[in-house]
Design a protein around this ligand. Structure first.
Ligand code: ZN
Length: 144
């Protein structure tokens, strides 16, 4: 077992290899020098979703949302807060289902907001409805 972990850059999506013990030390992307963990959820599109879902060694949490959805907008600050708590052991991402309809359809998203936890590209759990930060953190940790 290697203790090197594959972490994708939130900006340029390059796969970086980081020693597991140094994940929390503010590692930066070797390609673009952005911090690999910024404390913010990253917006994923159909172009980069699979990279983050399958090529990273940390689980991916996705918030499926849309700009017109009131509960989604209400949950956004809580989701931001959860990213600060859960990084660098989990990557938090957002998918705008209005712009990325193919992703919403692929996962059969029926209602938003829906949060989904993926590991190695496979869905582990999903939860619909707005959650506060504590509930998001608790829900994610319960499925790790
Ligand atoms: Zn980068």
């Amino acid at each position: 077992m290697s203790d090197m972990m594959r972490i994708l850059c939130p900006r340029c999506h390059t796969i970086n290899r980081v020693p597991a013990a140094r994940l929390a030390d503010g590692p930066k992307c070797g390609q673009c020098h952005e911090r690999l963990f910024t404390g913010h959820p990253i917006a994923l599109t159909v172009a980069d979703f699979d990279m983050h879902a399958t090529r990273s060694d940390i689980p991916l949490v996705v918030d499926f949302w849309a700009p017109w959805c009131g509960p989604c907008r209400m949950m956004a600050p809580a989701y931001e807060q959860a990213a600060k708590i859960l990084e660098p052991h989990v990557r938090l991402a957002k998918v705008n289902t209005e712009e990325e309809q193919a992703l919403g359809a692929r996962f059969g998203i029926q209602s938003i907001p829906t949060v989904m936890l993926l590991r190695g590209g496979r869905e582990v759990a999903r939860q619909s409805g707005a959650l506060d930060a504590q509930d998001i953190v608790r829900w994610v940790r319960a499925h790790l």
